[in-house]
Design a binder for this molecule. Structure first.
Ligand SMILES: C[S@@+](CC[C@H](N)C(=O)[O-])C[C@H]1O[C@@H](n2cnc3c(N)ncnc32)[C@H](O)[C@@H]1O
Length: 228
């Protein structure tokens, strides 16, 4: 099989999260900090498969991927074929990964945007599917169980990389991973302008005291955790 590098713009499909700054940031950190060559890798919440496909293209021994959306699963499978790499894409909750583990490297760009019915927002059409970003009032609907469960997915010395915004609580993720018995720290930050979803939610975040008036940027972080 010949491996072709796919651009994020080539990996879009209706109803599937388009790879964005967070997707690229976790891939960049993986490349620099946790090269997947020869490792058993899993990508939780894979969407278009962007992260999983990059891990496979960088020589992972095997790559599994999970997503709750059947549109995402179909798209990730098609993108892996187009890229000429093997990714075992499963339809289902990320926790199903335990059936196929343990893994040397666990990667995840999960939903993490705070949301509440009271936000009374109007999301623009280009916002993407809500399943990809809505994550409860504090943004931690997926992050908290994922941090608590992570040790079950990792081999000894196995490593987790997870990316999310400051609005879901970067320190909380580090603490939750430590509470689960892992060594954890922040690998990198990146400041980005608000996209369509955060722009729509900014007035609600301001009203609830979580955003300084007028600020329209956020910090992303990639957090790592290692099983000792
Ligand atoms: C922010 S998108 C990230 C997509 C891709 N990893 C990327 O970086 O471009 C999050 C993805 O998580 C999926 N998802 C949401 N809840 C999930 C769950 N409980 N288990 C598995 N996938 C889930 C959504 O369908 C969506 O594709």
């Amino acid at each position: 099989m010949t491996t072709a590098i796919l651009e994020p713009s080539e990996m879009t499909a209706p109803g599937v999260y388009r790879p964005q700054e967070d997707s690229q940031l976790i891939v960049d950190v993986m490349e620099r900090h946790a090269p997947p060559a020869g490792l058993r890798v899993v990508d939780l919440c894979t969407g278009s498969g962007f992260v999983a496909i990059n891990a496979a293209a960088q020589g992972a021994a095997s790559v599994a991927a999970f997503d709750l959306s059947s549109l995402a699963v179909r798209s990730a499978r098609a993108n892996a074929v187009a890229a000429g790499v093997e990714v075992d894409v499963h339809l289902g909750h990320w926790a199903r990964a335990a059936e196929f583990g343990p893994f040397d490297l666990v990667l995840s760009n999960p939903p993490y945007v705070p949301f509440d019915e009271e936000s009374e927002e109007n999301l623009p059409e280009n916002a993407g599917p809500r399943l990809a970003f809505d994550a409860g009032i504090d943004g931690r609907l997926v992050l908290d169980p994922l941090c608590a469960y992570a040790p079950n997915l990792l081999t000894e010395r196995g490593r987790l990389l997870v990316v999310h915004s400051e609005f879901a609580g970067i320190d909380q993720t580090v603490e939750a991973l430590r509470a689960a018995g892992l060594r954890s720290n922040v690998v990198t930050h990146q400041r980005i302008p608000f996209g369509p979803v955060m722009t729509a939610r900014a007035p609600w975040l301001e009203r609830t005291g979580r955003l300084e008036p007028g600020r329209r940027y956020e910090r992303l972080a990639v957090i790592e955790a290692v099983r000792p």
